[in-house]
Unconditional design. Structure first.
Length: 283
């Protein structure tokens, strides 16, 4: 597992993914997931993958339209947000963010069974990504319990997004991964703004707010960790999702079923090299 973490960083080359290790938490039934170096997570980059081709531009356009609409409806104004407003935004977005990984994993799982071909490691990552986003949700739910109207809005949004993303993934998995990559770019921006405002004293309730025990355990945080450390870990997760989804969108079409994931081992590197894949360009 630790070897995989090192190989992941090496594969991305110039792309900076926060230094991390991978752990398996058998006591809480969580999948293996990265534990981030908080010092390294302080310096993650806000990057943008420049659209290349019609599919990229369509994915980017849809994402931007959804982002602007959601910002308008929720009154998102960086620099003027309260802790309550940020929590409401985080909780709502994480209820949606956990859908793409689960849908992608499910479709690839059933396709692998039907074609009787190996998936190349994608399924495991996509399911872990979905669980990771769900962990974000429950972390924030520990600070606020949504009311019935909020929950109803979540259910309606999930119904629409679930149907739309499932159909889209069946038609064009690469476009969907590009869309998720762009979505994660925006998530990194949002969490970066939140951390910046917290440091500027604009979110006083969180200045010395302690991290919850579940968050400390999940992300391997120090016992005296603050909520700011949780935000750093969550943002680092989103950076990972951003880079990996852009990478999956760049893979050769053959990689949809028989291709490779970013978890290379000595036994799979030679096989993976058959496929022409582009490194995620620096933005």
């Amino acid at each position: 597992m630790f070897k995989h973490a090192k190989q992941l960083t090496r594969h991305f080359g110039s792309i900076k993914v926060p230094e991390h290790k991978i752990v398996i938490d058998a006591t809480s039934y969580r999948m293996a997931h990265p534990i981030w170096c908080l010092k390294d997570a302080e310096n993650v980059e806000v990057t943008h993958h420049k659209p290349q081709g019609a599919r990229d531009w369509i994915a980017f356009g849809i994402m931007k339209s959804l982002r602007k609409s959601f910002d308008f409806l929720t009154g998102y104004k960086p620099g003027e947000m309260t802790e309550y407003q940020y929590l409401r935004r985080f909780i709502f977005l994480e209820t949606v963010a956990g859908i793409p990984g689960m849908i992608g994993g499910m479709i690839r799982h059933t396709k692998s069974l039907g074609t009787m071909k190996e998936d190349g490691g994608w399924i495991h990552h996509l399911l872990e990504e979905a669980e990771n986003e769900r962990m974000h949700l429950f972390t924030f739910l520990g600070l606020r319990s949504p009311g019935i109207l909020f929950r109803f809005g979540v259910l309606c949004t999930q119904a629409v997004f679930l149907a739309a993303f499932t159909t889209s993934y069946l038609l064009s998995p690469r476009s969907c991964h590009r869309f998720v990559g762009y979505l994660e770019e925006e998530a990194v921006k949002t969490y970066t703004n939140c951390i910046k405002e917290l440091d500027e004293g604009k979110l006083p309730m969180w200045t010395n707010f302690a991290a919850g025990p579940d968050a400390i355990k999940y992300w391997g945080l120090p016992e005296n960790a603050k909520f700011r450390d949780v935000l750093l870990a969550v943002r680092a997760d989103e950076v990972m999702h951003r880079e990996v989804n852009h990478h999956l969108a760049d893979l050769h079409p053959e990689a949809r079923i028989g291709g490779h994931n970013y978890f290379f081992t000595e036994n799979t590197v030679g096989e993976a090299n058959k496929f022409e894949s582009k490194e995620v360009p620096k933005s």
